[in-house]
Design a protein around this ligand. Structure first.
Ligand code: COA
Length: 256
């Protein structure tokens, strides 16, 4: 179905593996189009409850946008490329279902930006993060200047972007870029165990939580939270959640 992605749906968890290991999973146009389509599937398929994005092979999550596609671009083409990248990554960030990056190696340039567009990140001990675009005479264009600043703060983001500083998994954990660092062989099992827990929660409440946290970054977080809190009362699940609490039993959420 996708020429550059492997996908697998099991127990509601949709795993998307970017599959160009010979090019360290660099994001060419085809990968970006496939990711765009894969997220249509995420939005539309009711069997998908949550998503993992990872990279094929032992070495790389994604080593950046495909540099070979940059040669000869003019200003307008550069703007269009960045716009397309930002649109796809915003679709991931605004996914109503949780999306976690399982970062199994290099997450550089567009790879770091892709990981940051996910709702949170788990890294293997081999992971490395950086925005090395200035080495190419470029800047991050798929949201990196914004999301890195939000995640690690202005000073660290400036240092990483201006100097092309690459940080290892332990430094990424310390900077708040990732939530956990685990041995490579435990990366997927750790990610799955967190998503299995999230998948037991009320789906509409999970979606509205994502939308409300994301609204912090667009500046209308408080009114968005009020509205999204209200929307939860339209669900059967809120009735079930409250009833189950009173009856001292586990809730049985249906997503309605
Ligand atoms: N775009 C296109 N191709 C890439 C790529 C990218 N971002 N990153 C790696 N590749 C390709 C290499 O050209 C090489 O292809 P080849 O075998 O046909 O020559 C292949 O992937 C393997 O990469 P290689 O450089 O040989 O691996 P390495 O272990 O020596 O180095 C990196 C790994 C990540 C340090 C190095 O590949 C690199 O610096 N990549 C670019 C990172 C970057 O600047 N990303 C931001 C882009 S905006």
């Amino acid at each position: 179905m996708y020429s550059t992605l492997l996908t697998h749906l099991e127990k509601g968890i949709f795993t998307i593996t970017i599959n160009r290991p010979e090019k360290l999973n660099a994001l060419n146009r085809e990968v970006m189009n496939d990711l765009d389509k894969a997220f249509d599937e995420v939005y539309d398929n009711n069997e998908i409850r949550s998503v993992i994005i990872t990279g094929a092979g032992p070495k790389s999550f994604v080593a950046g946008a495909d540099i070979t596609e940059f040669s000869g671009l003019n200003k307008q083409q550069g703007i269009e490329l960045a716009k397309k990248g930002q649109d796809v990554f915003l679709k991931i960030e605004n996914s109503p279902k949780p999306v976690v990056a399982a970062v199994n190696g290099f997450a550089l340039g567009g790879g770091c930006e892709l990981a940051m567009a996910c709702h949170f990140r788990i890294a293997s001990e081999q992971a490395k993060f950086g925005q090395p675009e200035v080495n190419l005479g470029l800047i991050p264009g798929y949201g990196g200047t914004q999301r890195l600043t939000m995640l690690v703060g202005k000073g660290k983001a400036m240092e990483m972007i201006l100097s092309s500083l690459t940080i290892n998994a332990a430094e990424a954990l310390q900077s708040g870029l990732v939530n956990y660092v685990v041995p490579a062989e435990e990366l997927l099992s750790k990610t799955i165990s967190i998503l299995e827990l999230i998948n037991t929660k009320a789906p509409v409440a999970v979606s509205q939580s994502i939308a409300s946290v994301n609204a912090f970054f667009t500046g209308d977080g408080y009114p968005a939270e009020i509205n999204n809190f209200g929307k939860c009362f339209e669900t059967d699940d809120v009735k079930e959640g409250i009833k189950a609490f009173v009856e001292k039993r586990k809730p049985n959420f249906t997503g309605k």
